[in-house]
Design a protein. Sequence first.
Length: 156
Amino acid sequence: MIPGEASDVRPARLLLSFVLTAVLLGGSLFVTFGTEWGWDRQFFRAVVLLSALPLGVAAVGRFQRYRRPAGLFFLGVLVFWIGVAGGACRQPLLREDATWQFAYDWGANVFYFGWPQETQLGYTCFGEPNRPIAALGYLCSTAGTALGIGALDPAE
């Protein structure tokens, strides 16, 4: 095998697709629930709409090679956010004198976010993400990214 041959490049591209997807979804998760600005504006909806942009470009343009990866990526982002945000509450914020906070309890599979309150939870809102659905969304998004950058293409 010659160094730099396609089979040497694919594992690096696959790792890159896992990292890029984790940064995108993790970053959008933090902005949505970890900041007051993101929650007020429902940032995750913008992320889902923006993830459809590559699919639209591939469908309108002559980028047939990228239609399937873009579709998988969009589907993955959509499914991820259904799994995560589907269980989040939407309540009016009550305190203006505290900073916005976000925490995740792995054991209970619950995330808390919002203004600290004088309650047992300590936060305004909480959510119960559906881990299998969120994981499926992450894997679909990663597969779309990997196909798009040629990590899973045997021809490269």
